[in-house]
Design a protein around this ligand. Structure first.
Ligand code: NI
Length: 167
């Protein structure tokens, strides 16, 4: 749990960098990869995790600009990746400027429960991580080698001296 704003910012920046590397691997063609025939597309999931950053923070009391045309999924993978870069930086700036270590202990209603702002901020990271995991599977299905978020993708095991990755 985050005790200080700088604890959170460190974790936020680390996870944002990992998410950025996943998003930077998208191609325009891959954005239409679907979970199943009526399911969401990879582009929609990538755009959702991006646009939800300011929406979530504004909902819990931070002043932060929402993303323009948030209800329209861009056709360009670069547009999505660039928007995430700006949104993740705007988020850390807003939190650093507007919340103190005391603010993290402040409790408010979130998802029908009483939660501290520290827990609420952790929820935002979990939301991104959840959708980032979905993205890496869809990228595989779209024929892209995904960025190894917490460990190498199968192609890179060989560089670690492992010929057959564990199942
Ligand atoms: Ni979601």
């Amino acid at each position: 749990m985050y005790v200080t704003v700088s604890d959170f910012i460190n974790e936020w920046n680390r996870e944002a960098m990992l998410t950025q590397q996943v998003l930077d691997g998208l191609t325009d063609e891959s954005l239409s990869q679907q979970v199943y025939s009526e399911g969401r597309t990879l582009g929609r999931i990538a755009w959702h995790l991006t646009t939800s950053i300011p929406e979530y923070l504004a909902h819990f009391g931070l002043k932060i600009d929402s993303i323009e045309n948030a209800d329209h999924v861009p056709a360009s993978a670069t547009d999505i990746a660039d928007t995430f870069r700006k949104a993740s930086m705007a988020a850390s700036k807003a939190i650093e400027e507007q919340w103190s270590d005391d603010s993290l202990r402040h409790v408010q209603e979130a998802f029908g429960r009483q939660e501290s702002n520290a827990t609420i901020l952790m929820g935002l990271i979990k939301h991104i991580v959840h959708h980032r995991g979905q993205m890496t599977i869809l990228m595989r299905q779209a024929g892209i080698k995904p960025f190894g978020v917490y460990g190498p993708p199968k192609e890179d095991w060989i560089h670690l001296g492992v010929e057959h990755p564990p199942l």
